[in-house]
Design a protein around this ligand. Sequence first.
Ligand code: 15L
Length: 266
Amino acid sequence: KPFKRILLTGAGGGLGTVLRERAKAWADVVRLNDVKDLGPAREGEEIVIGDLGDRDGVLKMMEGVDAVLHFGGISVEDKFEPIMNANILGLHHLYEAVHKCGVKRVIYASSSHVVGYYETTQLVDASMPLRPDGFYGVSKAFGEALSRYYYDRFGTETVCLRIGSSFPEPKNSRMMVTYLAYDDLVELIRCSLFTPRVGHTITFGTSDNPTKWWDNKHASHLGYVPKHSSGQFAGQFPDSAAYPAAGDAPTIYQGGPFVTAGPMYK
Ligand code: 15L
């Protein structure tokens, strides 16, 4: 297999659970990390339970790792402190360990919420200013900046995946635009891992959906071609009370319900 050992953080999360199986094609050993129990190690797996906020623990789990799929941390809007611990301090620990252990490449689960305050009428590309839609989006923007720094300073390569909505199916009309099928997520990660030189690349992660908010022209070198589309779910989400009405902030902005989620100090 191309890699000896891949580290997958957030292995117990929604996408980590998918990648736990799919990453086996790429490495002899997939080392799994999460704060929560991951059950027994299966064939070709190593399990390291631990918090990204634990600096020594993160350094230890990086030993012998060739590439990192970083899907750990807080994945939705929350109070600032847990986001700060996992997504900011934790990311600093991760990149320090990556540098110390000589890991060549990181695939970083960023999020479309780094640009959630663009309007749904706009076409956004990776060169446009960040417009995060909450503390969560801000923390993902921090990760994009930190990984850029480690590339400029040390040459550590990172592909930042601005993932839209990766679930088995879209759950509302917004996700008809942001949907990323699991198979396309895996293909995007495969392209990100095996493109010979990626430097520091930012790419939007969606399937080939009928409506597009994001232009991936700055990531064409990855050669990612989505095979799925939310089109197969067309007609399932007529405007309804289940989703904010036209004219409400979550409909105006790309971030949807995230734009009204924070701040969390009530
Ligand atoms: C995200 O960044 C979240 O991690 C995910 O749970 C979804 O809510 C997604 O964005 C989305 O915007 O649908």
